[in-house]
Design a protein around this ligand. Structure first.
Ligand code: F6R
Length: 608
């Protein structure tokens, strides 16, 4: 949450900061601001609302200078307002700071600084940082930032500039992401790679508690003990287009369409006919797999929904008991973990605070952790024992689509890998499943062809206040994801129910005209699902059914139906989620919502 950027070079910082922030707006869009050094003084411009507001202000009153920092905010402490916007400065205006994270002991620090005569303007936790740096400043900005950081508890990625040292940016991270971009005679800091990609593909990935000093001569990294660190340059191989809309109306629509490729890329070199599943970054041995007596899959939001599918498939194929947990719940329920437990964390960003905390909890009890993540060098990838990268490419829209698809693929790969090691499936069964899996990209492409039907259905139903999703087994897992997508981007209240659970309460909500989306892809549960659909149509619901081609009999029960190319029902989630994503998308567009930046949300939740 919140995005930060910094630039030092020869060009006008303002343009570069705004461009960088535009790539980070997915992290928060409650306010935006920049601080730029010109003629040895800092000029700050910041305002509430989207980045476009700041851009307009800068057009009216441009800020000159070739060194600066910028911020796009997702409000935590203090409402979205001009005064709570970053950058925050000390009273003399000689130090400015941008911050992503939460300073958990800010109340204590604020009281302490107040007792030393400091005055505060905002309600933010961040404002303690420039005052703390001011307190410790004694002619050496790096030293003052280090001393301030030693007092700060919580999570932070901060960028600091000072008019006393006008040719320098100092930055540090702890539990919040930050990278350093290495251009030609110009250097950058940013919360995420896309922010620098138009200028350089060479970056340093920072570890926790590493300090960086950027000058026009280069970049130096230090430990908290001021020892200089050598860091390998990480060369980004995906191109800047991957983080552009590429002719689509929105990132979300583009990312939905990228799914066939993302599925294929995630399987490449891992799932091959006639060869065992090979996972380069997973070092867990056959013996360790045989020793596992329980798996926890822990994640948040959409990633959690991928985990629910993971539970079904790992239990079905590898016969290991799996519990799926919401990360924010898991860590506070004193879970039973020992060295025979395996944890799988799923996180697109690899930075979700609760998921990271759950990972640490598992590791502190000697459990092995596999991370499934989309971001190379992210915190979960660094702290887990094994990593399975999803190859979705950068996901910019706040609502996750292609990352979810690749997380599903990762679940199938892990399930097959365990089954292969445990011998729970025969060679022939494994080959058959792989064969079917390899056809998924093509079948996912076919699902995208239903666009017009779904668009029509959406245009007839976008004004409803409530929409329900029903499914059994794996269909229920996908129903949950469909429901989340709809509520987060269209603000329509929606719920997902397990078909069989309906009559234990939720059916009371069904009345004439209620819209229900019923998933019926699981052959062994098809008839039962049809009965559940009848229960709601009898009470006046209008139902859109989702079933495989060849199951046209569902038309007798539903008002309209969408047919998916047939696959093994185990893989149905990969296909059935696509019409649900498109439905949410078109409903949100009809309602005039900003699909890429839904209200109150941020892409990466780095606070608890
Ligand atoms: C919903 C969505 C969120 C994320 C959740 C976890 O569309 O994107 O629910 O799935 O915040 O984020 P990651 O996967 O980055 O840990």
């Amino acid at each position: 949450m919140c995005g930060i950027v910094g630039y030092i070079g020869k060009k006008q910082a303002s343009d570069i900061l705004i461009e960088g922030l535009s790539k980070l707006e997915y992290r928060g869009y409650d306010s935006a601001g920049v601080a730029i050094i010109d003629n040895d003084s800092i000029n700050v411009m910041k305002c509430k609302g989207r980045l476009a507001n700041l851009e307009q202000k800068l057009k009216e009153a441009p800020l000159k200078g070739s060194l600066g920092i910028g911020h796009t905010r997702w409000a935590t402490h203090g409402e979205p307002s001009d005064v709570n916007s970053h950058p925050h400065s000390n009273e003399k205006g000689t130090i400015s700071v941008v911050h992503n994270g939460i300073i958990e002991n800010y109340i204590h620090l604020r009281e302490w600084l107040t007792s030393k005569g400091y005055n505060f303007k905002s309600e933010t936790d961040t404002e303690v940082i420039p005052h703390l740096i001011d307190y410790f400043y004694n002619g050496d900005l790096l030293d003052a930032v280090m001393k301030a950081a030693a007092k700060m508890e919580g999570s932070y990625a901060i960028g600091v500039i000072s008019s006393n040292e006008p040719d320098k940016i100092v930055a540090v991270r702890k539990d919040s992401p930050m990278i350093v971009g290495l251009g030609k005679d110009e250097y950058f800091i940013a919360s995420d790679i896309p922010a620098v990609l138009n200028h350089t593909r060479d970056v340093y990935l920072l570890n926790d508690k590493e300090f960086v000093v950027l000058t026009r001569d280069g970049v130096k990294l230090f430990t908290e003990d001021k020892e200089q660190i050598e860091r390998e340059v990480y060369h980004v191989t995906w191109n800047a287009d991957a983080a552009e809309k590429g002719g689509y109306e929105d990132f979300m629509l583009k990312e939905i369409h990228e799914q066939p490729k993302a599925i294929k890329d995630t399987m490449t070199s891992r799932v091959m006919m006639g060869k065992p599943i090979t996972l380069d970054d997973i070092k867990i041995t056959k013996q360790q797999i045989e020793n596992i007596n329980k798996i926890y899959i822990v994640a948040c939001g959409t990633a959690y929904h991928a985990g629910v599918v993971g539970k079904y498939v790992i239990e079905r194929l590898a016969r290991i008991p799996v519990e799926v947990d919401i990360a924010s719940e898991f860590r506070y329920r004193n879970p039973i973990i020992d060295e025979k437990t395996l944890m799988i964390v799923i996180s697109q960003s690899g930075e979700t605070a609760d998921t990271l905390a759950a990972l640490r909890e598992a590791k502190s009890h000697e459990a092995r952790v596999i991370a499934v993540t989309n971001v190379i060098g992210s915190s979960v990838s660094r702290e887990a024992d094994d990593v399975l990268y999803t190859w979705a490419g950068p996901e910019i829209a706040v609502a996750s689509t292609k990352a979810y698809e690749t997380q599903l693929i990762a679940m199938y790969i892990i399930a097959l890998f365990f089954a292969q090691n445990k011998g729970t499936l025969s060679e022939a069964e494994l080959e058959e499943l792989k064969k079917e899996m390899l056809k998924l990209p093509e079948k996912a492409q076919k699902c995208l062809n239903h666009k017009e039907v779904i668009q029509r259905f959406a245009s007839k139903n976008y004004m409803h206040k409530d929409i329900f999703f029903l499914g059994r087994g794996l269909d229920y897992a996908v129903a949950m994801e469909g429901s989340l997508k709809l509520k987060e981007i269209s603000y329509i209240h929606s719920e997902a129910y397990a078909g069989g659970e309906l009559k234990h309460g939720p059916i009371a909500l069904i009345e004439k005209g209620t819209v229900v989306i019923a998933l019926a892809t699981q052959d062994d549960l098809f008839e039962k699902m049809v009965s559940n659909v009848k229960e709601v149509t009898t009470r006046g619901a209008r139902v859109l059914g989702l079933a495989f081609e060849g199951k046209e009999s569902i038309e007798k029960t539903v008002d309209s139906a969408i047919y998916l190319p047939r696959t093994n029902p185990l893989f149905a989630p990969v296909l059935s989620v696509i019409p649900l994503q498109l439905f949410s998308y078109y409903v949100a567009v009809q309602k005039g919502c900003d699909v890429d930046k839904p209200r109150n949300l941020a892409k990466s939740v780095t606070v608890e």
